[in-house]
Design a protein around this ligand. Structure first.
Ligand SMILES: *Cc1c(COP(=O)(O)O)cnc(C)c1O
Length: 429
């Protein structure tokens, strides 16, 4: 089901016309659908309880970095989500949104002492540790606070996720996690540290995966490690397979979440029955894009149309600072006109570009559009890694964000005023 569709020739978010949102809140504006968020989360939650599986043995930890707006976190929290964070700032967001720190896991290769203290003071569920030095630092910080830190080691299963090199994270020559070959030694070290509780194992092999084969391959390698650890009397309580399921931007056909989880649980259940008398292991997930990516669009207005010798440009009021993915990954986003048809415009091929002084400032290339100045466009699939990657380059205030709930529209982040962007700066005396 699409949450952004034409009704009477006008593109809507649920039951709200996008033109009304543009009138009320201006452009550029990110528009999210609450129903889409809920449905995408349910795909995970439902698969986790299918066949009478005990909900206590699974936890979906939404990846906060994909979209960290407080209202997004609030909706997911109310649906029972946990959270995967990668900074102290993201933990503060989760808490501000009413999230439960006991359902928070902390990933990332560069956790500072301050971030560790903050997370320990809120008794988060688990630190996903990515190196031996981090393990020692965490042991030290926990000791100073008189606490014990629950940890999982992020292992690098060295499987090829077959995705864009910038979003592939499970190969042996990238910065994430500990090498598969070193994992046993790391666990032995961790098990001896006085302020560390070894509770789990995690991996995250990449993003925008269309097929679950690499994920199931990673699972097999993780299972092998868990067995080896058990034979050394290191018993893990959870297995976290990460996020990474892709979405349809253009004509991609990603594996359905339910089908993937079904295969994963079947493999895990068979293994537990064979080797552990059926004693379950808690299974965790860290999805981001597959929950929020197609729950949002970026609404923008055409400022100018420029006709050149070899190219035409539609210059819009959104730019690479609002939606970074095209400039960064050459990502493709669908573009829809908010009015299904403009009878006064003829069709041309345009590059849709922003006003920023960079040739890399494009949002879409070679799109056939029948548009005029002042028309509204919607960039599809912009809910994940859109606003969270936005910047203030060219002293542009970041876009407003709204959440649609049926025919209700809620402003969930005000448009940034340019004057606020330099409020922290000072002139020399
Ligand atoms: C980014 C990230 C995720 C989420 O990835 P998606 O592709 O958005 O599902 C999960 N876990 C970790 C450790 C990440 O860095």
């Amino acid at each position: 089901m699409s949450y952004f569709s034409y009704q009477n020739g006008n593109l809507h978010a649920e039951n709200t016309p996008l033109s009304t949102i543009a009138q009320q809140f201006g452009t550029p504006t990110y528009v999210y659908s609450k129903a889409a968020l809920a449905d995408h989360f349910s795909a995970y939650a439902d698969a986790c309880t299918a066949g009478g599986r005990d909900p206590a043995n699974t936890l979906v930890c939404y990846s906060v970095k994909s979209n960290s707006n407080l209202a997004v976190l609030q909706v997911l929290n109310q649906l029972g989500s946990g959270f995967d964070i990668v900074s102290g700032g993201e933990l503060l967001r989760v808490l501000a949104a009413g999230g439960d720190p006991h359902k928070v896991i902390f990933s990332g290769v560069g956790k500072t002492r301050d971030e560790m203290r903050l997370a320990l003071s809120h008794d988060i569920l688990c630190f996903n540790v990515e190196s031996i030095p981090e393990l020692h630092r965490l042991n030290e910080v926990a000791g100073e606070m008189g606490k014990r830190a629950a940890i999982s080691l992020r292992v690098n299963p060295n499987v090829d996720a077959k995705t864009h090199p910038y979003i592939s994270t499970g190969l042996k020559d990238n910065k994430f996690g500990v090498a598969y070959e070193d994992a046993l030694a790391c666990y032995r070290t961790a098990a001896k540290l006085p302020n560390i509780d070894v509770t789990g194992i995690d991996c995250h092999i990449g993003s925008q995966l269309l097929d679950d084969t690499p994920l199931l391959e990673a699972l097999d390698k993780v299972i092998e490690l868990i067995d080896q650890l058990a034979s050394e009397d290191i018993h893990l309580h959870h297995l976290d397979i990460g996020g990474g399921i892709g979405i349809t931007y253009d004509d991609e056909k990603p594996v359905a979440v339910g089908a993937y989880l079904g295969r994963l649980f079947a493999r895990i259940d068979a293994w537990r029955n064979e080797k552990y008398q059926g004693v379950p292991l808690k299974v965790m997930f860290e999805p981001g894009r597959s929950i929020v990516g197609n729950a949002g669009i970026l609404l923008t207005e055409i400022q100018y149309l420029k006709y050149g010798v070899s190219k035409n440009f539609a210059v819009v009021d959104a730019a690479m600072n609002d939606l970074m993915r095209p400039a960064m990954y050459e990502a493709w986003h669908g573009v829809q006109t908010v009015s299904q048809q403009n009878p006064d415009a003829s069709s041309h091929t345009y590059d849709v570009v922003g006003p920023i002084c960079e040739s890399g400032d494009w949002l879409a290339r070679a799109r056939e559009l029948a548009v005029a100045e002042g028309d509204l466009l919607a960039f599809q699939s912009a809910g994940a890694y859109g606003m969270t990657m936005a910047s203030n380059y060219n002293t542009r205030g970041r876009a407003a964000e709204v959440m649609v709930d049926g025919d209700q529209v809620h402003l969930i982040r005000k448009r940034e005023e340019p004057i606020a962007l330099f409020a922290l700066e000072s002139l020399l005396p």
